[in-house]
Ligand binder design. Structure first.
Ligand code: AMP
Ligand code: MG
Length: 515
């Protein structure tokens, strides 16, 4: 029958609310909630909500249709939906920050996907919660679209991540000082829905530890193990060490994957670290254009470059130490925790080397390869070649015309010394690749699996946002298509280094937390 369609949203469940103490006063006013793991909240009402983009594939898996605009924008929700914000704490930029919590994320509940996986859903940008502190609980269209697209791009690159279902404009203007430099301006407000198996963060455990609430801390750890680590069958206290080891493994894997594709998170505070090793809380992130270990995408991070590309491995370790401190009263095994943390560096670098071997198309990494890897890093950091394009070009490089071959990935004219550096490295590299025990076509197959053809560069996001904000969604649709096939060159026009005009443009080269 024409004009007939079935609208739907899933049945949401609330085990977390039943399991743990929460503030049920439905009071959104910012405040401290000691002893509580959540507070029930009412999403804000907005004047005129408008669906801007919907992720059909994720919607299909979640059983949510795009016609449910009110649901997608948290308006006039069904009374079965119990919206809440969770309480957590954390270390921000290396300092203890006390209570933080979901300041502008609101849980919708948990549901089961068509492929039988549990997913938690959240609104982001739907108003003040008890954890908003002095902020407004809103999100602007610019940052919301960045999270919407980037979380999907990271997912399709094969990296564990929260995902994004929909983005709506709220019809409300939100004032932001994009660079905290005294230039506030009104921007369009937006709400996204994001999903993940769980949004539990290191900070949730730090929150309970800081209050010395061992009983509740133990309950949260056990809840986490039973639901998200069901493979841990051990019921002895040793299970807590196994659990921590698994968090370390998942974190190491996630960071290695960020290095593989050149992702810089920008705000690796402990409250933004998922215990499941998922990439979460997309803010001033960036895909790295030119290789630079010191590159940080976050202007707030510029003084110390704590969250720079090359520092992400160390910071993950630092964050894991904070988690170990938090869970210590329950694990009650200092030596065990210390051993895991000490072995973390080896565990990380072994995985990192293996990943680099794949990017370089090597059969495996031998001890004798260490100097080659080091030389590659030095060369890249000095010459600042485009990270993604370099590896694409490496697949087809030959002994002759090396300099010409790499022209399209240069950001500056190379000095003679730099030219020598590049040629020298490539010659050594080709010699090593020729010693492979695998064929050249096998090596190239490895490389094309490890090296993306499409990455969501900041300048592309910037252009897409400018257009979408004016109601032109052509580029948004193209990027949404391209990001679902990152290892195919479907849009050669997007597989280019950052153009000159974007070099110093705010939003293309630097971003702040202001969102
Ligand atoms: P982030 O590091 O950006 O993930 O955010 C750190 C903390 O600030 C979290 O508790 C957020 O919920 C909160 N926050 C960030 N922006 C806002 C906002 N506009 N309104 C309310 N809370 C916010
Ligand atoms: Mg956060």
């Amino acid at each position: 029958m024409s004009g007939f369609f079935i609208m739907s949203i899933p049945n949401f469940t609330y085990d977390f609310l039943e399991e743990f103490p929460g503030d049920k006063s439905f009071n959104n006013f910012p405040r401290q909630t000691p002893g509580m793991l959540y507070a029930l909240v009412e999403p804000a009402e907005f004047p005129h909500v408008e669906l801007i983009h919907f992720n059909d594939k994720l919607g299909e898996n979640l059983g949510i249709t795009k016609d449910e605009t009110n649901f997608l924008a948290a308006q006039h929700l069904d009374s079965n939906i119990k919206t809440y914000a969770s309480a957590y704490a954390g270390h921000q930029f290396g300092n203890w920050a006390g209570q933080l919590g979901d300041g502008r994320a609101i849980y919708i509940g948990e549901c089961i996907t068509k492929n039988h996986k549990r997913q938690e859903l959240q609104y982001k940008g739907s108003g003040v919660t008890p954890y908003s502190r002095h902020a407004d609980g809103r999100a602007v269209f610019r940052s919301s679209l960045r999270e919407y697209l980037m979380s999907e791009a990271i997912h399709y690159l094969g990296i564990p991540s929260s995902r994004a279902l929909s983005i709506c404009k709220t019809g409300e203007k939100v004032v932001r000082d994009m660079f905290y430099n005294g230039n506030p301006r009104p921007e369009n407000g937006a709400i996204i829905i994001r999903s993940a198996e769980s949004f539990l963060r290191f900070g949730h455990f730090e929150w309970l530890a800081a209050q010395g609430d061992d009983a509740l801390l133990k309950r949260l750890i056990d809840y986490c193990i039973i639901r998200y680590f069901p493979e841990i069958k051990d019921t002895s206290p040793h299970r807590y060490l196994t659990w921590f080891q698994k968090i370390c493994n998942a974190t190491a894997d996630m960071i290695v994957e960020w290095y593989r594709v050149g992702f810089v998170h920008g705000v690796m505070n402990t409250d933004n670290m998922s215990v499941l090793g998922l990439t979460i809380d997309y803010g001033p992130f960036s895909m790295m254009d030119e290789y630079n270990l010191q590159f940080t995408s976050n202007t707030t991070d510029l003084p110390g470059r704590r969250y720079a590309f090359g520092n992400q491995a160390n910071i993950a370790h630092w964050n894991l130490i904070q988690l170990a401190n938090a869970i210590f009263p329950i694990v009650n095994n200092q030596e065990g925790l210390e051993d895991i943390l000490t072995l973390y560096a080896d565990l990380f670098w072994n995985r990192y080397d293996k990943m680099m071997g794949e990017k370089l198309g090597l059969d495996f990494i031998k001890n004798t390869d260490a100097p080659l890897l080091l030389e590659w890093q030095k060369m890249m950091d000095k010459l600042q070649l485009d990270y993604t394009l370099f590896f694409q070009l490496l697949e087809t490089v030959e002994e002759t015309s090396i300099l010409k071959h790499f022209e399209s990935c240069l950001y500056h004219t190379l000095s003679q010394e730099e030219e020598k550096h590049l040629v020298n490295f490539i010659q050594k590299y080709l010699k090593r690749r020729n010693e492979n025990t695998i064929s050249i076509s096998e090596a190239k197959a490895k490389m094309s699996k490890a090296n993306p053809r499409f990455i969501l560069r900041n300048y592309l996001l910037y252009q897409c946002i400018e257009k979408a904000d004016q109601g032109d969604f052509t580029m948004l649709n193209q990027l949404f298509d391209a990001l679902q096939h990152p290892y195919e060159n479907l849009y050669p026009e997007f597989n280019q280094k950052r153009p000159n005009w974007a070099d110093e443009k705010p939003g293309c080269s630097c971003l702040s937390c202001s969102s």
